[in-house]
Design a protein around this ligand. Structure first.
Ligand code: G3P
Length: 225
């Protein structure tokens, strides 16, 4: 399963990219607004840090303008993935961009029928928003299960299921059990994945016992050389 982070905060991206566990980044207009930077600089900055796919979302609603924006964003770096909304024009744009071999992430997916259309338009990624479905009393993970199940019936579908709007570690585990291709995580959720109180407790006990021995692996290796 690939791990992307869902943020436009360059400091967060730098810090988490250092773990070596990041496969890509997703952004959206709200995250760009939150970063306080202008979109072209922010996307260029992210692409300097991360070599995997970096989703940059177009904001036009008509196909001609969508293509023009896609051209601008795509020229920033070869790893930019154009993010388009799941609208008729978004899917038209997706199809045209895919014919030019550009990577496309179709976003704002809330139903299996929308996911089917995105696959038909050749999307590289489909982004169902699990948290926002949960927020209105639905079950986001049921949608992931449905889409992964449908796509698996058709070997010709190459669209990857990118689980978005993730709120907590359980979403990640459920997505992995279902076999989703990618999860995009807010940095706080990625950090939560590392933590377990028994890991901290166990490490403290190991290090306390080790200190009492007075041993050092590095010092021992020097005397044995
Ligand atoms: O980037 C798309 C998605 O992950 C947004 O998440 O938390 O705003 O629902 P959220």
């Amino acid at each position: 399963m690939k791990f992307f982070i869902d943020t436009a905060d360059l400091d967060e991206i730098k810090e988490l990219a250092d773990t070596g566990l990041l496969d890509g980044v997703t952004t959206n207009p709200s995250l760009i607004a939150k970063s306080g930077g202008n979109i072209l600089d922010v996307i260029a900055g992210i692409c300097e840090i991360v070599s995997g796919p970096v989703s940059a979302e177009i904001t036009a609603t008509e196909v001609d303008m969508m293509l023009e924006e896609a051209e601008i964003l795509g020229s920033i770096a070869s790893n930019v993935t154009i993010k388009v909304p799941l609208t008729v024009n978004g899917l038209k744009t997706c199809k045209l961009l895919r014919e030019q071999n550009k990577m496309v992430n179709v976003t704002l997916c809330f139903s299996a029928s929308q996911a089917l259309l995105a696959a038909k338009a050749g999307a590289t990624y489909i982004s169902p928003f699990v948290g926002r479905i949960d927020d209105v009393g639905g079950n986001g993970m049921d949608l992931i299960d449905e889409i992964v199940g449908i796509y698996s019936q058709y070997p010709g579908i190459k669209t990857e299921v990118l689980v978005a709007s993730v709120r907590h570690p359980l979403h990640v585990i459920e997505a992995a059990k279902i076999g989703a291709d990618v999860v995009t995580l807010p940095p706080s959720v990625l950090r939560q994945l590392f933590s377990h109180p028994l890991t901290d407790k166990g490490l403290t006990a190991f290090l306390d016992d080790w200190r009492k021995t007075g041993q050092s692996i590095i010092e021992q290796s020097k005397t044995r050389a």
